[in-house]
Design a protein around this ligand. Structure first.
Ligand code: TXA
Ligand code: MG
Length: 373
């Protein structure tokens, strides 16, 4: 039955319900109107929404995510008409919104006072976007006002790309997840700070630098502007992750440290990994044949591979980004693959780098943050 779900607080939080769109859309709109949080699908990743113009509702987002108040939220609009009410819109911003909305592009613009300080973290700018996801749009239509929504993960962790991922992150902390199936893009929206015709990419995403170049001069980050996921470490699995080729020696170092911290006990028979030297041996000393990461014959207990082009034979667990080296498919699979690797009880994840063109820039940005400790 449609309507507000039974979201009585359990002793330590909520009983989290997962429902499909038919029941979930009206239920989500009712929760938003009541000042509660709700997890919703977007075309990028699942978001944790709350009434954007109500500071007390948005406070619950920070609480559920354990997110620091210094990290501002994206305001999602029910329609383009709302843009001028929440932000000052220059000519370039207007053209970008016209072209890319609804879609995976977030614009950072001078804010208007309607937006609570909590949402902008006291910044003079506000991040705005319009999602193209039909379920998200339907909820916003039913609710009728802007919704603040960060990714529906605990702070610093991997963004959820399915309803199950949301439950793994926030189960017991939120009343409702509306299940709209897996997300089409799989990585978060591109974030652009618009300054007249200068477009500063603060976060790479599905709308690429190449596409943006038609709308202004594309630049990198701006000094003094807080950057999304501002910390070096973000989107991080719990398992140490290193980027394959470039950090081959770092991989070896990680395994050595892991072995040492347990005093050589309590860990499964870790094999020393030396991709750089193309050799692998048991810590017990038994040499095994030379390895070549790309030949995919690197036998490593406790080591998982996030593969771009290797077969990955011999790794304890392998996830493939895209067997056809398609960057869109890779982006869609990225977070799910990282989650599965993280759940596989590994001691190390090696992530192979992808070409840094188009969506590859977004993927590499996430991998670098996942690798930073
Ligand atoms: O695809 C997405 O953008 C998803 C879906 C749910 O819409 N949302 C998302 O939100 O990724 P979040 O909060 O996880 O990431 C947004 C980033 C944050 O790291 C925040 O620091 C940055 O955007 N941000 C928000 N407002 C900003 C502002 N005024 N200036 C600079 N960065 C801002
Ligand atoms: Mg996030």
């Amino acid at each position: 039955m449609a309507g507000q779900p039974d979201c009585k607080r359990a002793p330590k939080g909520f009983v989290t319900q997962v429902v499909g769109p038919a029941e979930g859309i009206p239920a989500a709109a009712a929760l938003l109107a009541a000042g509660e949080v709700v997890a919703l699908p977007t075309e990028t990743v699942y978001g944790l929404g709350a009434a954007a113009l109500e500071a007390s509702a948005c406070a619950k987002i920070f609480e559920a995510k354990d997110r620091p108040l210094s990290d501002p939220l994206i305001v999602h609009l029910p329609s383009r008409d709302w843009l001028d009410q929440v932000a000052e819109v220059c000519e370039s911003a207007s053209r970008l919104a016209e072209h890319f909305w609804p879609g995976p592009l977030t614009l950072v613009l001078p804010r208007r006072s309607l937006v609570p300080d909590l949402v902008t973290a006291g910044e003079e700018t506000v991040a705005v976007r319009m999602s193209s996801h039909p379920v998200f749009q339907a909820v916003l239509q039913a609710y009728g006002k802007p919704v603040a929504a960060p990714s529906a993960n605990r702070f610093g962790r991997i963004s959820p790309t399915s309803a199950e991922d949301v439950v793994a992150e926030l189960g017991g902390r939120i009343p409702l997840v509306v299940d709209g199936g897996p997300c089409a893009h799989g990585v978060e929206s591109t974030i652009v700070l618009v300054r007249e015709d200068e477009l500063h990419i603060l976060r790479h995403g599905p709308v690429t630098a190449e596409e943006l170049a038609r709308f202004g001069t594309v630049r990198g980050r701006v000094a003094g502007v807080s950057t999304p996921g501002g910390l070096a470490s973000h989107y991080a699995p719990r398992t140490p992750l290193v980027i394959g080729e470039a950090h081959a020696t770092a991989a070896e170092e990680h395994l050595r440290k892991l072995h040492h911290t347990t005093g050589g006990t309590g860990v499964p028979p870790v094999r020393k990994l030396s991709i750089a030297q193309k050799t692998v041996q048991h810590t017990g000393g038994t040499p095994v044949p030379p390895v070549d990461l790309h030949a995919g014959n690197c036998p490593s207990v406790g080591v998982g591979l996030l593969s771009w082009r290797s077969a990955g034979v011999g790794f304890q667990h392998v996830e493939f980004l895209s067997k056809t080296q398609d960057l869109r498919e890779a982006a869609t699979n990225l977070y799910g693959a990282m989650r599965r690797l993280d759940a596989a009880g590994l001691e190390l994840i090696i992530a192979e780098p992808v070409p840094e063109t188009g969506l590859g820039a977004a993927i590499m940005e996430r991998l670098r943050k996942a690798a930073a400790r």
